[in-house]
Design a binder for this molecule. Sequence first.
Ligand code: ADP
Length: 169
Amino acid sequence: MTALTLALGDLTREHADALVNAANSGLLGGGGVGGAIHRRGGPAILAECRALRAGRYAKGLPTGRAVATTAGDLDARWVIHTVGPVWSATEDRSALLASCHRESLRVAGELGARTVAFPAISTGVYRWPVDDAARIAVDTVRNTPTSVDEVRFVLFDERAYEAFARRIG
Ligand code: ADP
């Protein structure tokens, strides 16, 4: 059984085997949680991201996929970068948001990570409504077979925390 837990605060202050980054396809940082991860994690993370862009992901990491790097100076062994979909009112992109969670868990399992902390992927700059994002995140984690013992959702504000708490029940 995988335990689903919740925390309110800054993902980059968490201790876990793996921290998930709500990355963009370019993998080279930016704002939001990704910016915070690179700031606190130091240059080693960016160096590995650059190497991924120079090799396997020359065109960028596709939406819904996940890839791991070192966690640099963060209190974790790995950062798992995943690219959430941008919210669309006219197109249902839920499968891609579910895929971010499934793929991140798959990568975590391959690494041997037992504890994984996720932010609320796509709910920042990508504008996904947080209640719906919580539904997709929680239901996908619950329905994905994994060797991960604990999935912790780390929410940056009370509204997101409450949305995830309601969904976990
Ligand atoms: P996206 O582009 O996938 O929407 P963002 O990083 O803009 O990614 O936002 C994703 C979520 O992460 C938002 O709910 C935002 O409030 C939250 N967030 C931003 N910084 C942090 C942080 N340091 N720790 C945890 N969550 C964060």
